[in-house]
Write a protein that binds this ligand. Structure first.
Ligand code: ARG
Length: 376
């Protein structure tokens, strides 16, 4: 099979990397088994991939391999309680796009497809992978939609404190919000492969938001809202040894992510004291459980408001039941569900949720999504 190669071509082929080849073939084997691809076809594909790697140091996945790999990355992600729906993931194969503008438009398409007027769909958009010697595009945002956090002269923060660094970078790059509010949607910062990063505003019609109200408490003084779709854009998708650093994906919210963490955490919007005051609770002593009572009502408000505006969301009790259903469904297929207990158990009412009362192996299988260092 080498007779067509010149000495030069043989010479420039990178040293074979046995672990890369192993990752590739073990994924192809899993893909073929689970998708019931005939064995002879698996062998043919495996041989082709091995020769491609030997010749060039890399290989290109088929759209079907990519599509199934993305679903497996979701199924294998130990921190996600929503994995029952792993098979329904919609995969946009956008590996052919390269300019920042093209990526920007693909991200807007992603938002529209995922938002679906409130009937949210799980979507992943996959851009070109990292190749040895070639950088790949990076999306600098941690999620496509996030709220700015501005450090004020007096040291306090307006907006979401978790995004202060990113906000400073956007401002340094020339972002000029028309006014500074608690909920300014940050621009996208897109860095095409080998290029400087560029800023792009997300037109408001791509950002569905839900104003917060409560069935019995007048929460208007808090003036809270949240965006409908969480699209994580700073994790690396790895399938068959190939890394896709630009592969934003979304599901839909579990209420506690917003009601307990984003609104309730001290170092986020920190709304418990203000809500407790509105509720007339005694905040002078811990034993009134004013934080707990405010937390519950904040979470009632989130679920109530999303439902009222026809935006898909799940409560933590249902999510827990669905997760255990998923785990059972997997067991019926002879597969063990790995999970990270600390992340699976919801941040409120843990022991009232069935997931609390089980333990899970937290082995990390691939394909998967991995954290990576910030691009900035
Ligand atoms: N916890 C994150 C947030 O509140 C979102 C993480 C992904 N969540 C999801 N339901 N897919 O913004």
């Amino acid at each position: 099979m080498f007779q067509n190669l010149t000495r030069q071509q043989v010479h420039v082929a990178p040293p074979s990397n046995p672990s890369f080849l192993n990752e590739a073939t073990s994924y192809l084997r899993q893909y073929s088994e689970e998708c019931e691809i005939p064995y002879y076809q698996f062998l043919r594909r495996e041989g082709k991939v091995r020769r491609e790697i030997e010749a060039s140091g890399f290989y290109t996945q088929t759209t079907e391999e990519l599509r199934y790999g993305a679903k497996l990355a979701w199924r294998n992600n130990n921190r996600c309680i929503g994995r029952l729906y792993w098979k329904t993931l919609k995969v946009n194969d956008y590996r052919h796009l390269s300019s920042a503008e093209e990526i920007y438009h693909a991200l807007l398409d992603h938002l529209a497809m995922a938002t679906n007027d409130g009937n949210l769909r799980s979507v992943i958009t996959i851009f070109a992978p990292e190749r040895p010697g070639f950088p790949s595009a990076r999306i600098w945002n941690s999620q496509l939609i996030r709220y700015a956090g501005y450090r004020q002269a007096d040291g306090s923060i307006l907006g979401d404190p978790i995004n202060v660094n990113f906000t400073e970078i956007a401002l340094e790059m020339g972002w000029r919000p028309s006014q500074r509010t608690n909920f300014d949607v940050l621009p996208l910062i897109i860095q095409a492969a080998g290029d400087a990063p560029r800023l792009f505003e997300i037109p408001p019609e791509f950002v569905l938001e839900v104003p917060m109200s409560h069935p019995s408490i007048d929460m208007r003084p808090l003036d809270l809202k949240w965006h409908a779709v969480p699209v994580i854009s700073n994790m690396r998708l790895e399938i068959g040894g190939i890394s896709y650093p630009a592969a934003p994906f979304n599901g839909w919210y579990m209420g506690t992510e917003i009601g307990a963490r984003n609104f309730g955490d001290n170092d986020r919007y920190n709304q418990l004291p203000a809500l407790a005051k509105l509720m007339g609770l005694d905040t002078s002593s811990n034993i009134s459980l004013w934080k707990d009572r405010a937390l519950v009502e904040l979470n009632v408000a989130v679920l109530h408001s999303f439902a009222k505006h026809g935006v898909k969301i799940i409560d933590h009790h249902t999510a827990s039941e669905y997760f255990l259903h998923h785990r059972q469904q997997e067991a019926d297929k002879g597969r063990t569900t790995t999970a990270d207990w600390d992340w699976i158990v919801p941040p409120i009412s843990g022991s009232a949720c069935p997931v609390f009362h089980h333990t899970y192996p937290d082995t990390v299988h691939k394909p998967n999504f991995f954290n990576m260092p910030d691009a900035y």
